[in-house]
Design a protein around this ligand. Sequence first.
Ligand SMILES: [Zn+2]
Length: 140
Amino acid sequence: MCDSERGDSDEYGITIFRSPNVDAALQRADIQRGYTVVIWRGRHVNEPYELSDSESGEYWRGVMVVAGALARHYRPLKMNYETLGNTLPHLHTHLLPRYRDNDPRPGLPFPLLPQEVGESGIPEDRLRADAEALRRELGF
Ligand SMILES: [Zn+2]
């Protein structure tokens, strides 16, 4: 994650938010509508407590701004915030809208698995339309 380019889109997702040290990408994988990953793009850290106060402010502000935009756009029942990093030890947070219908595990943590190359994706036209609406809202 440290070394990857900060492009506007890649094989995993489409960037919908950016601040100097934070990116958020709406994910292509067909896992959950609105599934977005917020990535810390400053110096390498594994844990959020390693951030300075100002870095921490920028990071969590990004997480909250993006979560709010996702909630307004997708109208989930609840937003989930998963800062895990067990398989990829670089600070990032999974934002998972949870819905009343079509939720894989109601009432429990989302069953998130590592993404695999070539797994089925959200149809490109729908993903693009959602990303464009979210970009407008987030000023990207
Ligand atoms: Zn790193």
